[in-house]
Design a protein around this ligand. Structure first.
Ligand code: DOR
Ligand code: ZN
Ligand code: ZN
Length: 365
């Protein structure tokens, strides 16, 4: 048994659904899943019902998180068509500003160029802007950020042409960072299945960006040197929702991510230090995550297990990796000197997780 001691991992991109859809996940179940996966900080997306686009909706999310979280967290604010000034004023309470430039789950979508420009110009330089942008929209996001003389973070890059565009931008010295998800590194559209119902299944397979081709997966893997962060895009929906005729897009990912990242090390594509850079050092720098004292995770790198959604802490209770042989398991998580997870049990009490942008920086009581 080889035990590794690693820093508490940071996931800059999760959807914990609270408030608004706690039958899918809430701040307690979602942060329990985070600890089980080795994450001690998660940054939560704003596409709730209602979306997090003003002081009132932000305060409601802060209250829910404060009452239930068992790991530390940040809250990304949502860019709307006419809230650029409000977003800028609330930036000190947020871990980032999320812009949805292409279609995905929920009503937060920015269609017009004017609001893209307004947010890029108004939002403070020291808080990151993250974009859900696909294909040529990535070019628009990078260009408008460059004109506004600021950096931009591109979420869940999934295709060859996208990662090559980001490489070209970086080589020009343009301030762009990016993340990739485990599902876009390990699954292709061929894994969705066929009419004989082998594979993940059509509804369950729905995700944005969609799973891509083998060539796209290979291009992501060939360009990992310019990938700043790994992010799960943990997007829980219930099994019933995913098996319905109108399946919403998204996969839960917190509890399978680290084993998959370690698989890249076993395949010889990355070193362990490369994984730590993408799951801790780079997200910490990009999102200004404060240091967590006396915090670490212990991982049995040889532990073999089978991915089973039904056994997971997420309320989604399914995984696109169902039945897959995984290697590497989190055995213990210590947060601020306390053992908060051990033997597959969460020991931390609700409300023990802290907001990385705390009250002293403006959070309302
Ligand atoms: O598949 C996705 N699901 N992609 C997104 O961008 C949003 C997410 C969700 O919130 O379900
Ligand atoms: Zn997205
Ligand atoms: Zn997302």
């Amino acid at each position: 048994m080889t035990m590794l001691k690693l820093p508490g991992l940071i996931d800059p991109h999760v959807h914990l659904r609270d408030p608004g859809a706690i039958h899918k996940e809430d701040w307690h179940s979602g942060t329990c899943a985070a600890l089980a996966g080795g994450f001690t900080v998660v940054l939560d997306m704003p596409n709730n019902t209602p979306p997090i686009v003003d002081a009132e909706t932000l305060a409601a999310k802060q209250r829910a998180a404060r009452a239930k979280a068992v790991c530390d967290y940040g809250i990304h604010f949502g860019a709307g068509a006419d809230n650029a000034e409000i977003a800028a004023s609330l930036a000190p309470q947020c871990s980032g500003l999320k812009m949805y430039l292409d279609q995905t789950f929920g009503p937060l979508r920015l269609d017009d160029l004017q609001s893209l420009v307004a947010h890029m110009q108004h939002f403070p330089q020291d808080v990151p802007i993250l974009c859900h942008a696909e294909g040529r929209t990535i070019a628009a996001a990078i260009f408008v950020a460059e004109l506004a003389d600021r950096s931009v973070h591109i979420c869940h890059v999934s295709r060859k042409d996208e990662i090559e565009l980001i490489r070209a931008a970086k080589e020009k010295g343009i301030r762009v960072t990016c993340e990739v998800t485990p599902h876009h590194l390990f699954l292709t559209r061929d894994d969705c299945g066929d009419t004989n119902h082998r594979g993940i299944g059509a509804g369950k397979c729905e995700v944005r960006p969609m799973l891509a081709s083998r060539a796209d997966v290979e291009a992501l893997r060939a360009n990992l040197d310019i990938v700043d962060c790994f992010a799960t895009d943990h997007a829980p929906h219930t099994l019933a929702e995913k098996e319905s005729a109108t399946a919403p897009p998204g996969y839960p990912g917190l509890e399978t991510a680290l084993s998959l990242y370690l698989e890249l090390v076993r395949e010889g594509i990355l070193t362990l230090d490369d994984v730590i850079a993408r799951c801790y050092e780079n997200p910490r720098k990009i999102f200004n995550v404060p240091a967590q004292d006396e915090t670490w995770i212990e991982v049995d790198v040889d532990a073999e297990w089978i991915a089973r959604g039904a056994k997971m802490h997420t309320r989604a209770k399914w995984t696109p990796f169902e039945g897959r042989a995984m290697c590497g398991q989190v055995t213990r998580v210590v947060l601020r000197g306390q053992t908060v997870f051990e033997n597959d049990c969460v020991l931390a009490k609700p409300a023990s997780g802290k907001n990385i942008r705390p009250i002293s920086q403006g959070e309302k009581k």
